[in-house]
Design a protein around this ligand. Structure first.
Ligand code: DGJ
Length: 701
């Protein structure tokens, strides 16, 4: 997988090749896998580097910026040595990918300042993504200030590229946005302390015939820069954001940049498939890695804060009757929390609301044959809480400055060890006390008042993340069987860092099926469907006021990990019957739906997905019709991923009739969808927004 020829190192994955010239720090080639035998010598003239620092003739955005004790900024790290390691080195306190493979470690030194730079590239057997990391060691006798250390730099030839990012906001996460670079510098970043609703760290660079994907195994402030350089090169940098970043390294100390991930493929679909395989195999870990995820009912949209033990018990009983496997008690069970103004940090039971305590309520839920799950927001503190009254110093705030009260709450100062210990203790107590087998870990505001006693301002954001990761690591170790689902006001921290601890993440607070289509499709560019929590909620939808058929909501939610976020007791008998049937169908097919190879389906006026078994012998596709009118032309779709020469039987879920067609026809022809007309559908079913689910079985070939 890693071959050496002089100072040229060639890293092969099953379908790609990366060639690095160690002594000149050049990236000679990155693209489709090459046959053996090339020397790559002619490519050295392109001057494409994999790190850069001010102090040479390269004035493009740089990957390293250090300020030395004498006040100077110039660095010129020269090659020292390369090593091929068979163990992937760990990144202390940072999440990172794992698995069998080989790592190339390259070592450079700036002779004047004695700064050492280590860059590693790791390849795994059977995987096309490459993990990249960077580390700086201060070898001088005086401290240095690190102002920027990007995890990854890639220089590409030419400037004819398009950039795809996944922009958004609360309720609108990860909307695919594509544009030409043009001349200049493009930045995709977050400065709010988390990877953000606004700009996911995942980015694509699309060139002729090749798509490159970049991501970060990090959940804090990130920055991706794409620069069209003056000498017809395009540089991509990805790493921790240098916004308010100023890290002092004492003599002998190291700084580890978060791990970055690099991938390329001929199409967006192929790139997503490669990223999915990487995430599923080398990021998600532990008991739930490949295990089918339970169908859950969550009470949040069903009750908000207004519940008591009787209500929860009734909801759980009905949910169990409908076939649910897990009941999740959301916000409001602790302290004296009746709304979002109090009690965060007081993780002890509200005895009244829980009917005698969490343990008693959890037992009542379990008595219905369900597992019990619990919501918690461990990184936060309400000013109206016993925790704040007794330990005001645990809060993140700046002395002498009124803190910004986002959702009426402050954050805990997780940069501090005793606060980390408090969080580990309180989460552990809740899990032990309730016997929860699932934890929804929420995070409902961003950082504003970044300050911790004894923590330098320029180090705060990252020290917070290191503290959080330490906490998560300890909890993961202590509770290896618990399924943790990440949440950050929906999908505000949907990233590879979190996925190292949380096998699934709540994709968005927007549960409107229509809006979810683009949110889930955008998320699926980098992250597999088994990582996306996708719930059915009541209609009219609480975020948008839209109404959609239950079947449409189901078809959309099956694109991720299915759950229900409503009051099941408030449903009609007919709706309950339909949900019971949905859950039975989902359980019978969830291996395919959650872990099959998923592709996005796009077309004129339609969107959706198809999930296929490994050998493409069975598949489930859901196609949603984005608009509808009486004059619409036949609505059609082309499927993906099938075996072209096989013959498939296709059935529309909920209908009797079937038809047969070859994989080739289903993928190459526009297949008309059997839809009711939108006006009839609106009149008879209460929703004009339509969707069909196609069930495919290979019957020959
Ligand atoms: C935001 C989450 O995204 C919701 O699902 C819910 O858990 C609320 N927080 C509770 O406060």
């Amino acid at each position: 997988m890693i071959k050496k020829n002089g100072t040229v190192y060639r890293l092969d994955t099953p379908n790609t090749t990366l060639v690095l010239q160690a002594d000149t720090a050049q990236m000679l080639y990155y693209g489709p896998r090459l046959p053996a035998g090339d020397s790559f010598a002619p490519l050295a003239r392109l001057g494409r580097r994999f790190f850069s620092a001010p102090g040479r003739e390269d004035y493009a955005e740089y990957s390293l910026l250090a300020e030395y004790a004498d006040g100077s900024f110039a660095s010129d790290p020269v090659f020292v040595r390369a090593k091929v390691l068979s163990e992937k080195p760990a990144l202390p306190d940072l999440p990172s990918s794992y698995g069998e493979g080989k790592t190339l470690e390259l070592h450079y030194t700036d002779r004047v300042s004695r700064l050492h730079l280590y860059i590693t590239y790791s390849v795994f057997g059977g995987c096309d993504a490459i993990a990249v990391s960077a580390r700086v060691v201060n070898g001088a006798k005086k401290p240095l200030r690190l102002r920027r250390l990007m995890s990854l730099q890639c220089d590409f030839p030419g400037t004819e590229y398009e950039i795809v990012t996944f922009h958004g906001a609360w309720l609108q996460e990860r909307q695919k946005t594509q544009r030409r670079i043009g001349r200049g510098v493009f930045v995709n970043d977050s400065k709010c302390g988390s990877s953000s609703h606004a700009r996911n760290p995942f980015l694509l660079l699309k060139g002729e015939g090749q798509v490159y994907g970049f991501n970060l195994v990090y959940s804090g402030n990130h920055k991706e820069i794409v620069e069209c350089c003056e000498n017809e090169r395009t540089r991509v940098l990805a790493g921790i954001n240098d916004f308010q970043f100023d890290w002092t390294l004492a003599p002998g100390e190291s700084f580890y940049a978060p791990e970055a991930v690099l991938c390329c493929a001929p199409t967006e679909d192929a790139l997503s498939a490669r990223m999915h395989a990487f995430v599923a195999e080398h990021i998600v870990r532990g008991k739930w890695k490949k295990r089918e995820r339970p169908v859950l009912f969550n009470n949040w949209e069903g009750t908000y804060f207004g519940f008591d033990a009787e209500k929860i018990d009734a909801m759980a009983q009905t949910a169990a009757r409908l076939g649910a496997e897990l009941f999740v008690l959301d916000d409001g069970w602790f302290g004296h929390r009746e709304d979002d103004t109090s009690s965060l940090g007081d993780w002890y039971d509200n005895v009244q609301k829980t009917g005698g305590g969490l343990a008693a309520l959890a037992d009542r839920v379990r008595a219905h044959g369900l597992a019990f799950g619990i919501w918690i927001e461990p990184e936060m503190i309400s000013e109206d809480s016993d925790l704040y009254r007794t330990r005001p110093n645990f809060a993140m705030k700046i002395p002498g400055r009124e803190p910004y009260r986002w959702r009426n709450q402050l954050m805990l100062n997780l940069a501090e060890e005793r606060v980390q210990n408090f969080v580990v203790r309180s989460v552990s107590d809740v899990i032990v006390r309730s016997g929860a087998s699932y934890v929804k870990w929420d995070y409902n505001r961003c950082m504003t008042d970044c300050y911790g006693k004894g923590v330098a301002g320029g180090e705060y954001f990252h020290r917070y993340m290191l503290g959080l990761y330490r906490v998560l690591q300890r909890l993961q170790k202590r509770f290896p069987s618990v399924l943790f689902e990440g949440c950050a006001s929906g999908g505000g921290r949907f990233d590879l860092g979190m996925l190292c601890y949380f096998p699934q993440i709540w994709t968005s607070d927007d549960t409107d099926a229509r809006e979810r289509i683009s949110i889930q499709a955008g998320t699926s560019y980098a992250y597999p469907q088994s990582t996306m929590g996708a719930h059915i909620s009541a209609c009219p939808n609480h975020q948008t006021g839209n109404s959609n058929l239950l079947s449409v909501r189901f078809n959309v939610s099956c694109g991720g990990v299915l759950g229900y976020e409503l009051d099941p007791c408030a449903l009609s008998a007919q709706e309950q019957e339909e949900i019971a049937e949905q859950i039975a169908f989902y359980k019978a097919n969830r291996k395919l739906l959650q872990f099959g190879q998923q592709y996005r389906l796009e077309g004129r006026g339609v969107a959706g997905y198809i999930a296929l078994s490994k050998d493409a012998s069975s598949a489930i596709a859901a196609v949603h019709v984005l608009q509808g009118s009486l004059t619409e032309p036949p609505v059609t779709v082309r499927l993906k991923g099938l075996n072209a020469s096989a013959l498939y039987e296709v059935r529309v879920r909920g209908k009797e009739e079937t038809f047969t067609a070859t994989g080739a026809l289903l993928m190459r022809a526009d297949i008309p969808l059997p839809l009711e007309d939108p006006v009839k559908s609106a009149r008879e079913n209460g929703g004009s927004f339509r969707s069909v689910m196609l069930l495919l079985k290979r019957i020959r070939g």
